[in-house]
Ligand binder design. Structure first.
Ligand code: GLU
Length: 488
């Protein structure tokens, strides 16, 4: 027996988890959540987190995915201690580079009479399936186990000779589970193309890499008894299994699809989401700490995360909640940090002003940003004169009850009052309050009109701050331009 076969590393006392994606496209929220939970467990227990790439299905492989996976984890701040890109003691970490290892283990099973060459053609297998269907029985390959299989020469699929029996096991999330012997079958270990199946090689790798906790999505739970049977045949001790519930669309009825937010995690970054918000959001997709707390920093997650509090029922993907969390996280950034992150999000017109002016404006709009892509809408009127658009007043809930001439009257009063006002935010507020009295208007009406006339934008920061930042001359010019445009 080779060294690999006799010396499975037992790395006692230290938690080792892994994320083992297949490079079949971009990383979506479900996949990244598995990575995050595995990483959190390792970090919480001061263990090791490993990135392994499961690239044995060459048909489904999409080129560039391995880089995408690494980029996605990097963006979120999930660092791995061993694995693809950085190496480690238990490599290689790319399954396609481990084929000789799998072949040795396969041969061991053959030698011990626990694996055999599959002699059947596709047509013959199809006939067995149809026969089972006609008899209303579940198809089991082992019902057709050949009596004298040919010697395995590597060109036929190699099948596991299973030992059908009932199993009871405990899943760290799903609790006690059990299945009968019907769940056990002779499955393929090595395909006809020489590549191992996931069902076989992940077990070898998890063992050789000393993985103590296997966290994976619910889609694998029905295969667990088959895996348990193979662990026994290989004399490998099974790790702790923790099955993560599905991530469903917001209606809770269907699995998350592209339209519900199952897109490339990196797109969220391009759309102005912060990795802190995304991590917070993913961590609370199916987990909470037992309190009402909603905002968790990375440090808090590492301190508090536990498998016991991962829920069994499917999680719902609520994009509105992600948006809310993002706004919360944007508020929490200090100005210089936020300034660095919005570099690519300024409107073009911002290039004409100084860094100091940009920061002043950013400070003003920070609390209103839900994503960084909101920045142009919230800030461009500080950099260029907006074109008056009275249709916006006609559509406004508060303003549409008034005629343009009533509204321009309000603006005339405003010009008069502001012309003699000092222009710091506090004095402006006092002037505006006084205007409410002299015009007898409600703030919802008067302030909405002023806000619109200086910005012609759907949102703006506090009115007095907005006017102070625009400055007296610009404010008055814009009010006047609004009055003229109404007459035109
Ligand atoms: N390669 C599998 C996938 O991408 C990993 C499953 C597992 O974590 O064991 O779905």
């Amino acid at each position: 027996m080779s060294d690999h076969l006799s010396s499975i590393p037992i790395i006692n006392g230290s938690v080792r988890t892994r994320f083992a994606p297949s490079p079949t496209g971009f990383m979506h929220v479900g996949g990244v959540r598995t990575a995050l939970f595995s990483w959190l467990i390792a970090r919480r227990m001061q263990g090791t987190f490993i990135l392994r790439i499961e690239d044995t299905d060459k048909v489904r492989e999409v080129s560039g995915s391995i880089q995408q996976i690494q980029k996605s984890l990097n963006w979120l701040g999930i660092e791995w201690n061993e694995g693809v890109g950085i190496g480690g003691e238990h490599g290689p970490y790319l399954q396609s580079e481990r084929l000789p290892i799998y072949l040795k283990w396969a041969q061991k099973l053959v030698d011990e009479g626990r694996a055999y060459a599959d002699p059947y053609s596709q047509e013959e297998l199809e006939a067995f399936r149809n026969e089972a269907k006609a008899n209303k029985r579940a198809f089991l390959y082992r019902d057709h186990r050949p009596e004298n299989p040919p010697a395995w020469d590597g060109t036929q699929p190699l099948r596991f000779k299973s030992d059908p029996k009932a199993y009871t096991w405990t899943d760290a999330v799903m609790g006690n589970l059990s299945t009968g012997p019907e769940a056990i079958d002779d499955y393929i270990l090595i395909k006809g193309d020489g590549f191992p199946t996931y069902n076989f090689c992940h077990i070898i790798d998890d063992a050789l890499m000393g993985i103590t906790h296997v966290l994976r999505s619910q889609e694998f739970i029905s295969s667990t008894p088959k895996f348990l049977n193979l662990y026994e045949a290989l004399h490998i001790e099974r790790p702790v299994f923790a099955t993560l519930p599905f991530v469903m669309a917001i209606d809770g009825k269907k699995k998350l699809g592209k339209r519900d937010g199952a897109k490339d995690i990196l797109d969220y970054g391009n759309e102005g989401y912060l990795p802190e918000a995304m991590m917070n959001f993913l961590a609370t997709l199916g987990w909470n700490d037992g309190t009402e707390q909603e905002i968790f920093s990375q440090t808090e997650l590492i301190e508090k995360f536990s498998l016991e509090r991962v829920q069994k029922s499917p999680a719902r993907f609520d994009e509105q909640r992600l948006l809310w969390l993002n706004g919360q996280w944007i508020r929490r950034l200090n100005l210089d940090d936020l300034f660095d992150r919005v570099t690519d999000f300024w409107p073009e017109s911002a290039s004409t002003v100084t860094i100091e002016r940009k920061k002043e404006i950013l400070a003003l709009v920070q609390d209103r940003l839900k994503t960084l892509t909101d920045l142009p809408l919230l800030s461009s009127y500080f950099f260029e004169n907006p074109v008056p658009n009275w249709a916006m007043a006609d559509d406004n809930k508060q303003l549409k009850k008034y005629s343009h001439s009533e509204l321009t009257d309000m603006l005339r009063h405003t010009v008069g009052a502001l012309q003699t006002s000092d222009f710091d935010a506090e004095t402006i507020q006092a002037t505006l309050n006084q205007l409410l009295e002299t015009t007898g208007q409600k703030p919802g009406v008067l302030f909405s009109m002023i806000r619109l006339a200086v910005s012609w934008a759907p949102f703006s920061p506090a009115l007095n701050d907005t006017l102070a930042t625009l400055g007296k001359q610009t404010t008055i010019d814009r009010l006047q331009r609004a009055i003229e445009a109404a007459a035109a």
